[in-house]
Design a protein around this ligand. Structure first.
Ligand code: GLN
Length: 305
C-alpha cells in the first residue's frame, strides 16, 4: 500500500469539507482554533508513519482520551476487573453529555465513550493507579515516542470553569454509589485527560496497539488480543456517540472522535489512522474527518466489513 499517495488523494477529497460545521465553543478555550485546519496521519503496525496537511499540529484530544483510559483500566486490572458491572457496552443513542438515561438505568452509563461512562472509567483508573491523568500522559508519551506531550492548562481550566454538566453527571452517578473517589477528583482527572494536546502523528502512533492486537510500541503486551478486540468493538458501536450507526455505514472502522475535531480509526492488523479538522457536525464529530475516513475506506477497501 502506498500510504502517502492514498493520503494525498483522501486529503484532496476531504479538504473542501474543512471549515464546514462548528468549532466547539462550550469549552471557550477550544474556540481559538480556526475551523479550516485539516490533517491526516496513518501509522502502520510496523511503526512507519505517513501524513498530509496539518498532521503534525497539536490539538486538544478531548474524548479520544476515553479510548486510552479504557485501555489503561483493562491493562492495570489484568483481565480481572468489574468495570463492566459499572458501565455498559451498548450505544446510547443520546448525545455524549446526556443525563437522561442515567436515571432510568440506575446510574450505570450505557458505554465508556460517552461522558458519564468515561467518568466511571477515569474513577476506576484513579483507584488502580492513584493518578489517572498522569498515568495517561506518561503512557501517551511512551506510545507516541513524543516526550513533549503535555496537558493544556488553559483548556483544562476552561473546561472546569464551564464543567457544570460533567459535574452533574458525576454527582448523579455518585448518588447511585457508582464512583469510588470524590467527585471533584474524578472530574479534575477527566478534564486533564481531555486537555492533552497531540497531533495526528502522535495519536496514530499512540493508538497503534489497537491495530497490533494489544502489543505496545516496544513489543511488550499492553492488552490481551481479546481485550483489544473488545475495545475496537465498543469503538465501532459507541465511539462516535449517537452517530455510530451512520459512521459504521459510511466508514466501517472502529473509531473514536473528540470535540477538538480529531478522530482516530483502527484497521485491525494493518494500521491506525488519525484525522483532524475542528469543524463539527451537530453530534460532535469532525465533518471533514468523517469525510476523509469515508474516502479512505472506499479507496482502500479496508473497512472491517
Ligand atoms: N471534554 C469534553 C466534555 O467532557 C469531551 C467531549 C467530547 O470530546 N465529545 O464535554
Amino acid at each position: 500500500m502506498d500510504y502517502q499517495a492514498v493520503l494525498e488523494e483522501v486529503a484532496a477529497f476531504a479538504r473542501p469539507f474543512a471549515g464546514q460545521g462548528q468549532v466547539a465553543d462550550y469549552i471557550p478555550a477550544l474556540e481559538r482554533v480556526s475551523a479550516d485546519r485539516f490533517g491526516i496521519a496513518v501509522a502502520d503496525i510496523n511503526g512507519a508513519v505517513h501524513g498530509v496537511g496539518d498532521w503534525e499540529v497539536p490539538f486538544s484530544v478531548q474524548s479520544i482520551s476515553k479510548t486510552f483510559s479504557l485501555a489503561l483500566v483493562m491493562a492495570h486490572a489484568h483481565g480481572d476487573d468489574d468495570i463492566w458491572k459499572r458501565v455498559g457496552r451498548e450505544p446510547s443513542g443520546t448525545p455524549f453529555n446526556s443525563l437522561v438515561q442515567l436515571e432510568w438505568e440506575n446510574g450505570i452509563p450505557r458505554n465508556p465513550f460517552i461522558n458519564a461512562g468515561a467518568l466511571v472509567v477515569t474513577d476506576r483508573l484513579q483507584s488502580l493507579t492513584g493518578d489517572a491523568s498522569t498515568t495517561m500522559l506518561h503512557f501517551l508519551r511512551e506510545e507516541s515516542g513524543n516526550p513533549d506531550l503535555a496537558f493544556d492548562q488553559a483548556v483544562a481550566g476552561s473546561e472546569a470553569d464551564h464543567g457544570d454538566r460533567n459535574a452533574a453527571l458525576a454527582h448523579f452517578m455518585a448518588s447511585f454509589g457508582n464512583l469510588e473517589n470524590p467527585v471533584p477528583s474524578v472530574i479534575e482527572h477527566y478534564f486533564w485527560q481531555c486537555s492533552i494536546e497531540m497531533s495526528c502523528r502522535d495519536l496514530a502512533t499512540a493508538g497503534s496497539f489497537l491495530a497490533r492486537h494489544g502489543v505496545r510500541a516496544d513489543g511488550t503486551r499492553l492488552l490481551q488480543a481479546r481485550e483489544a478486540k473488545r475495545i475496537n468493538a465498543v469503538m465501532l458501536t459507541c465511539g462516535t456517540y449517537d452517530a455510530a450507526g451512520e459512521f459504521a455505514y459510511r466508514v466501517g472502522l472502529p473509531a473514536k472522535s473528540g470535540v477538538g475535531g480529531g478522530i482516530i480509526a483502527v484497521v485491525p492488523g494493518r494500521c491506525t489512522l488519525c484525522v483532524w479538522s475542528p469543524g463539527l457536525d451537530r453530534r460532535g464529530n469532525s465533518v471533514a474527518g468523517a469525510a476523509a475516513l469515508d474516502h479512505f475506506t472506499t479507496l482502500t477497501g479496508w473497512s472491517v466489513f
